[in-house]
Write a protein that binds this ligand. Structure first.
Ligand SMILES: Cc1cc2nc3c(=O)[nH]c(=O)nc-3n(C[C@H](O)[C@H](O)[C@H](O)COP(=O)(O)O)c2cc1C
Length: 206
């Protein structure tokens, strides 16, 4: 979507924003049926206290939580075990939108993890099996051989997730919706979950 002059300002009035940011998020994010994506920057607290960030796929938004999946041996999994809090940043430059969600992270159920694996492309399903430290240190030729060997041994189309397949879901406590415009200042809608479960809402400059 290209932002036209006047368009974003008209549709993004703070007064017209829903009181529940999950409703607004549902209008920005693909629905669960749309499959995995878009990508997002997942930020965690590194074990050394420095920020730690990387790109992951949004596996799905279930209306309450943002799901993502990874390898249980990964750095992010260790960081989330130490502190189950994270931020995700999604950006749609062509729509002049950014969404930052901060919240608490918990493992998804086994059924949710399996469903997310089944929804991944074959490439990503195989990747989850063969992506380890040993292969990473190998030459490109050797990594291609390992991939081909796996495909030869496991041609089955309904691969099971490896035991290292790990799913997490982020429950938002803060949500920040940035809206840009070509003919007006950008602005942000900032929501914060209150102790009683309701959401506060403020308008911030972009
Ligand atoms: C476009 C893109 C999508 C990615 N999606 C995922 C993903 O869904 N899950 C994942 O674990 N890693 C994904 N990665 C790889 C991560 O960015 C990261 O390199 C990897 O997970 C190791 O991160 P860590 O060492 O911080 O745990 C993706 C990378 C790119 C560039």
């Amino acid at each position: 979507m290209t932002v036209l002059p006047g368009q974003a300002a008209a549709q993004d009035d703070a007064a017209a924003a829903p009181a529940d940011p999950l409703v607004l998020a549902a209008s920005w994010l693909p629905s669960a049926e749309d499959g995995p994506g878009p990508t997002m920057t997942l930020s965690t607290l590194g074990l050394d206290g420095y920020p730690s960030a990387r790109t992951v796929l949004l596996s799905r938004f279930d209306g309450e939580r943002l799901h993502f999946h990874t390898d249980s041996r990964s750095r992010k999994a260790a960081e989330l075990a130490a502190l189950p809090r994270a931020a995700v940043t999604l950006v749609w430059p062509e729509a002049a939108r950014q969404l930052v969600v901060v919240g608490d992270v918990a493992p998804v159920t086994d059924a949710e993890a399996r469903a997310a694996y089944a929804a991944r492309t074959r490439y990503l399903q195989v990747l989850a099996w063969v992506n380890d430290h040993e292969a990473a240190a190998d030459t490109a030729a050797r990594r291609r051989e390992l991939w081909a060997a796996f495909e030869h041994e496991r041609p089955d189309t309904d691969l099971e997730p490896p035991s290292t397949w790990a799913g997490f879901a982020l429950t938002p406590v803060r949500m920040l919706f940035w809206r840009g415009a070509t003919d007006a200042a950008s602005n942000r809608l900032a929501y914060e979950r209150q102790a009683d479960g309701s959401w506060s809402q403020e308008s911030w400059p972009g």
